[in-house]
Design a protein around this ligand. Structure first.
Ligand SMILES: Cc1cc2nc3c(=O)[nH]c(=O)nc-3n(C[C@H](O)[C@H](O)[C@H](O)COP(=O)(O)O)c2cc1C
Length: 192
C-alpha cells in the first residue's frame, strides 16, 4: 500500500507540540470562548460505557488565590522547617499561569474497569494540551506534590475515592520551548 504524505495541520501540530514549563508562562490565557473550545475538545475523548468518569475544575483569576491559600497553608503545616520564601512560593503556585485546569476522576460505576476510566481521564488531559496548543497557547500537565496530598484533595472538594489526574496550566510563552529528545521508534515500537 502506498501512502501519500501531505501537509496536514493536525499531523503537524501533533508532531511539533511541546509542553512549556510553567515558569515560562505569562498572560494572556485563553478567552472565555477559547477556553470553551478547549473544554469541548478535552471532553471529547474515548470513554468506555459513556460514564464520563472525570471532572474538570477551571481555576483562573481570583480562584488561583483561593487554591493557593489551600496549597500554601497545607505546605506550611506539613513542612515546619520550610523557609518563608518556600512557603510563599506554594501560595503562588497555582497563579504561575493565567489558567489552571484541575482534572480529576469521578468513578461511580464498576461496569467498566477502573483502570479504563482513569485512562479516559488521561485522554482528557492530553486533548487539553493539544487543543490549547492549536489555539496558539502553551500548556503543561503537572502533578507536583498537591496531586498526592489528601488534605489538599479534601479542601478542594474531591471525595476520598476521587483522584487528581493532574493540574494543566495554560498560558502564553514568555520564551518558546526548545525541542527535547524524542524516542526512536525502533526503541519503543515493534512489529509483530
Ligand atoms: C501525569 C503527568 C504528571 C506530570 N507531572 C510533572 C511534574 O510534576 N513536574 C514536571 O516537571 N513534569 C511533569 N510532567 C511532565 C510534563 O507534563 C511534560 O511531559 C514535560 O514537560 C515534557 O513536555 P512534552 O510534552 O513537550 O514532552 C508530568 C507528565 C504527566 C503525564
Amino acid at each position: 500500500m502506498s501512502v501519500k504524505v501531505t501537509t496536514n495541520p493536525t499531523i503537524d501540530l501533533l508532531l511539533k507540540r511541546r509542553s512549556l514549563v510553567v515558569a515560562n508562562m505569562t498572560n494572556p490565557g485563553p478567552s472565555v470562548e477559547e477556553l470553551r473550545i478547549i473544554l469541548r475538545c478535552a471532553t471529547r475523548v474515548p470513554d468506555h460505557g459513556k460514564l464520563t468518569p472525570w471532572r474538570i475544575s477551571v481555576i483562573q483569576g481570583n480562584a488561583r488565590k483561593e487554591v493557593g491559600q489551600i496549597w500554601g497553608d497545607t505546605f506550611r503545616e506539613k513542612n515546619p522547617d520550610a523557609t518563608e520564601e518556600q512557603i510563599q512560593a506554594e501560595y503562588e503556585r497555582p497563579a504561575r499561569a493565567p489558567v489552571m485546569l484541575v482534572v480529576s476522576t469521578k468513578i461511580e460505576s464498576d461496569r467498566v474497569p477502573e483502570w479504563e476510566q482513569i485512562l479516559s481521564g488521561a485522554a482528557v488531559c492530553q486533548n487539553t494540551l493539544v487543543a490549547a496548543t492549536a489555539l496558539g497557547y502553551h500548556a503543561q500537565w503537572l502533578s507536583e506534590w498537591p496531586n498526592y496530598d489528601d488534605d489538599v484533595k479534601r479542601e478542594m472538594g474531591l471525595a476520598p475515592e476521587d483522584q487528581f489526574l493532574g493540574f494543566i496550566y495554560i498560558g502564553t510563552a514568555e520564551r518558546p520551548p526548545v525541542e527535547r529528545p524524542r524516542p526512536e521508534l525502533s526503541d519503543v515500537v515493534s512489529y509483530w
